[in-house]
Design a protein around this ligand. Structure first.
Ligand code: NAD
Length: 500
């Protein structure tokens, strides 16, 4: 497809997918099928099977067999790396196709989807190196008669549950790392954005991943997702989604097999702006941080905490930026912000906008649904006169809604930033190194940005403090998460007897 010159259109027919077990695609057969409409165009774009719990059991059994017979975990890291590198090459070749389906199911702009797929190629390339770099430790300091080795072994069968906001990116922040560790897996994508996960399964098969190592079971969270959390034969569950469902994963693990959990949950992330910042840069970054991906981003900078002396001026600068953002058709190359992904999310965001006004906050800009004749769109929204006990200041809205609060001292800024149950991400804007470091060290957040926001890559680990989750994905830690550590004590020479 010629990305630049040809105007992209939604498909005339929805694309049909099967689910993927033991190296083959299984058509829906008698199963129910979920027809996904593009949130930007209101036309059906994909048809995805609703799998049953029996399908899940078959997929888990396939992953179990593939793990136990060591067809993947028994390979040298270099051989696993070769498959991951080949997958990166195929993703590069199918870049445009993946971005197109991502854009259609999610509603994100095509230019953004392309950039995300580019980032995913980097994830596979980087993780391929980690397959070779993964290693344990040894202790030669235990005396002449003892030698210690620490090994890292793949944890086993991993269940991976992903959300709808970055279906391919979040998948690729996990899958190559899980595969690098030697684990096998069963993936359940969000029911509304399954297409690109199924495309990845096809790509990995073509890249030489042995059958059964990665399986994809499609369906709802309440059936397949819940059954995965309770499954006795899944050794580890990596869940990315809401804090409420994360809580139910913890409960289900305790009631089943104590499966290891990796949890990446919600956030209500502060953007702290000091008066000495480059305010032009900061306004641009703050607008990007809340509007990118329509604010449906776990790391969206949704709370602007700005030094009082510049608060009014800065809020005005951000409002000007928000008003200029090009919202519209996700398939239009020029669009910066696309559609709201689901009807339910659209209603949630609009209800928070209404609630903010009822609770006494002042709407500075946005706050309305935009009418393009099709799809569901919300104008980037800014509230001032916000108190920290208002719902718009406390809850994760997961939409393009920014609140402004102001502070006088560094300590007050830190206290306001930490005044949340979450601890996923934070940004600070200042030209003063002392302030930047004080804030970075004292605000509880797993990801931090100084004079920028929402940047990232395969090298740095991702994860949250507090109720934003457990564990880390990506980076070397992203592979280590999917391993168990074994300590081996080796006696050298003749044992000194215990019984004379
Ligand atoms: P969600 O929790 O509703 O769903 C996430 C996934 O869990 C989906 O695949 C869904 O089908 C499944 N699911 C739903 N109920 C389940 C259950 N009872 N048991 C097991 N699985 C179940 O979240 P969402 O609406 O898809 O995504 C939005 C949320 O995800 C936001 O809270 C956001 O902050 C969070 N999120 C976090 C990160 C991160 O890295 N921290 C990234 C993206 C999204």
């Amino acid at each position: 497809m010629d990305a630049v010159s040809k105007k992209l259109m939604p498909p005339t027919q929805p694309r049909e997918f099967g689910f993927y077990v033991d190296g083959r695609f299984i058509p829906p057969g008698k199963r129910e099928v979920f027809e996904r409409a593009s949130p930007g165009h209101d036309v059906p774009v994909t048809r995805i099977p609703k799998c049953t719990e029996d399908d899940l059991d078959v997929a888990v059994a396939s992953a179990r067999l593939a793990f136990e017979d060591r067809r993947w975990s028994g390979l040298a890291g270099g051989d696993r790396a070769a498959v991951l590198l080949k997958a990166a090459e195929i993703i590069r070749a199918r870049h445009e196709e993946i971005a197109y389906w991502e854009c259609l199911e999610n509603g994100k702009p095509i230019a953004q989807a392309r950039a995300e797929v580019g980032g995913c190629i980097g994830m596979f390339e980087y993780a391929s190196g980690l397959a070779r770099a993964l290693h344990g430790d040894s202790f030669n300091n235990l005396g002449d008669s003892m030698f210690g080795i620490v090994t890292r072994e793949p944890v086993g069968v991993v269940g991976l549950i992903t959300p709808w906001n970055f279906p391919f990116l979040i998948l690729c922040e996990r899958v190559p790392y899980i595969l690098a560790s030697g684990c096998t897996l069963v993936v359940k994508p969000s029911e509304v954005t399954s297409a690109t996960t199924l495309i990845l399964a096809e790509i990995l098969s073509e890249a030489g991943l042995p059958d059964g190592v990665m399986n994809v079971v499609t369906g709802s969270g309440s059936t397949i997702g819940q059954a995965m959390t309770e499954h006795m034969d899944i050794d580890m569950l990596s869940f990315t989604g809401s804090t409420n469902v994360g809580r139910s994963c913890v409960a289900a693990s305790g009631k089943s097999n104590f499966k290891k959990l990796g949890l990446e949950l919600g956030g209500k992330n502060p953007q702290i702006v000091f008066a000495d910042a480059d305010l032009e840069d900061a306004a641009d970054g703050v607008a990007f941080g809340i509007a990118f991906n329509t604010g449906q981003c776990c790391v969206s900078g949704s709370r602007l905490i700005v030094e009082r002396s510049v608060a009014d001026e800065f809020a005005g600068m951000v409002a000007d930026k928000l008003a200029k953002i090009r919202v519209g058709d996700p398939l239009d190359e020029q669009t910066q912000v696309g559609a709201i992904t689901t009807d339910a999310q659209n209603r949630t965001i609009m209800s928070y906008i209404e609630r903010g006004q009822k609770e006494g906050a002042t709407l500075v800009c946005g706050g309305v649904q935009l009418d393009f004749g099709q799809g569901q769109y919300i104008a980037p929204t800014l509230f001032k006169d916000v108190d920290s006990d208002m719902a718009i200041a406390k809850d994760e809205i997961f939409g393009p809604v920014l609140t402004v609060q102001s502070f006088e001292t560094v300590d007050e800024a830190i206290q306001m930033a930490n005044d949340t149950v979450y601890g996923l991400a934070a940004s600070v804007w200042t030209k003063n190194i002392d302030k930047a470091l004080m804030v970075t060290r004292q605000v509880q957040a797993g990801r931090f940005w100084v004079n920028t926001t929402l940047s990232g890559g395969p090298e740095l680990p991702l994860g949250g403090f507090k109720q934003s989750g457990w564990g880390r994905e990506a980076g070397m830690m992203g592979v280590e998460e999917y391993t168990q550590v074994k300590s081996v004590h080796i006696e050298i020479g003749k044992r000194s007897p215990w019984v004379a």
